[in-house]
Design a protein around this ligand. Structure first.
Ligand SMILES: CSC[C@H]1O[C@H](OP(=O)(O)O)[C@H](O)[C@@H]1O
Length: 347
């Protein structure tokens, strides 16, 4: 089933806060519900947020059209509400990208906005297939192995996109091609996207995997547990610096130390050429409660403070390659983003 979709005039999305023990679809008909779902990570993951942003604008336009009756669509009101959606979460560029791209169709009416949003949804599905194929081929190239052991952080599977996923989509493609020896997902504190979501997805695809405690990742890399590390991305700056789930930077440092390829997998919609470097990326801090407990059980004393960055930034020199749906980029050579056709990697 798709993580998010447009069904009979409304957005339907899997409520990821209930996974892995409950699979519930939330049918969203009003903007405040969608914004709340994004803020509480019922829908999450950069590409999925891009689709949520685009479908959200379609929802707004349809609602404003209904309110206006036979009057011309009040585009000022649509843009006002779209601005609220656009700022629901700051780090993943995909949310604002999806909103902005859907708005490009606004002057042609509510139906045109929906058509553009559905195009964005379909492009995401195709992009994940392409990234999977590119990423699997690249992994065999870089490791020189036909069967590989891969480590990954957070959740970058179908739950972070419409279908299949980005980094986890590569792992699924490796599995389908008989090239996956074993996957090592990190639990990914504090919201446990790895333990709750990635483990659920890997189990459903019948992949061989063992779950890791976050802080074991770097050490196990130094002991040779994995041949490559895959991560997703929330925003890739013009120089290749990449914002992703917190813990990615330390994994990149460990991969460098272990001599293991560190590969970012993300669609072109995550590349933000208007952001010069990682220093310019806003990092969402999600407050003390996520750190001080989980699932309604408090673990830390009441009244404490916490620093809880939801993301960190991996500098481009620690990134071996960035795989998108149409190119492989090698920022670690100190170059800005440029096309590096897959064939060149074989040189
Ligand atoms: C396929 S990109 C998914 C990306 O989004 C995650 O963050 P969150 O769960 O807070 O939305 C994490 O950074 C993943 O790498």
């Amino acid at each position: 089933m798709r993580t998010i979709d447009w069904i009979d005039g409304a957005i339907e999305l899997i409520d990821q806060t209930l996974l892995p023990h409950q699979v519930e679809v939330h049918r969203v008909t009003e903007l405040p519900e969608l914004i709340d779902d994004i803020k509480r990570l019922a829908v999450r993951g950069a590409p999925a947020l891009g689709v949520a942003g685009a479908l959200g604008v379609a929802l707004i336009a349809a609602s404003v059209q209904r309110s206006g009756g036979d009057e011309e669509l009040d585009t000022v009101e649509v843009r006002r509400q779209a601005a609220l959606l656009r700022e629901a979460r700051p780090t993943a560029v995909n949310l604002s990208w999806g909103v902005d791209r859907a708005l490009t169709a606004l002057d042609a009416g509510a139906d045109a906005v929906l058509e553009e949003a559905l195009r964005i949804r379909d492009e995401d599905i195709a992009a994940c297939i392409s990234m999977g194929l590119y990423g699997a081929d690249l992994t065999r190239e870089l490791t020189g192995k036909d069967r590989v052991r891969v480590m990954t952080i957070c959740n970058t599977g179908s739950l972070a996109t419409v279908e299949r996923g980005t980094a986890l989509g590569v792992i699924q493609t490796l599995l389908e091609q008989g090239s996956l020896e074993e996957a090592f997902p990190l639990e990914t504190r504090p919201l446990l996207q790895g333990a709750r979501l990635t483990a659920w997805e890997l189990q459903r695809m019948d992949a061989p995997f063992r779950l890791l405690v976050d802080s074991a990742g770097p050490f196990l890399l130094s002991r040779g547990i994995a041949d490559a590390v895959f991560i997703g991305a929330d925003r890739i700056a013009a120089n290749g610096d990449t914002a992703n789930k917190v813990g990615s930077f330390s994994l990149a440092l460990a991969a460098k130390h272990a001599g293991v390829p560190f590969i970012v997998v993300a669609p072109e919609s995550t590349v933000d050429m208007s952001t010069a470097s990682g220093a310019d990326i806003e990092i969402e801090d999600r407050g003390v409660d996520e750190v001080a407990g989980f699932g309604g059980v408090r673990t830390a004393p009441e009244g404490i403070a916490a620093v809880n960055p939801a993301f960190d930034v991996t500098p481009n020199e620690l990134i071996t390659a960035i795989v998108t749906e149409r190119r492989v980029i090698l920022p670690g050579r100190g170059e800005t983003l440029r096309d590096t056709p897959l064939g060149e990697l074989r040189a």
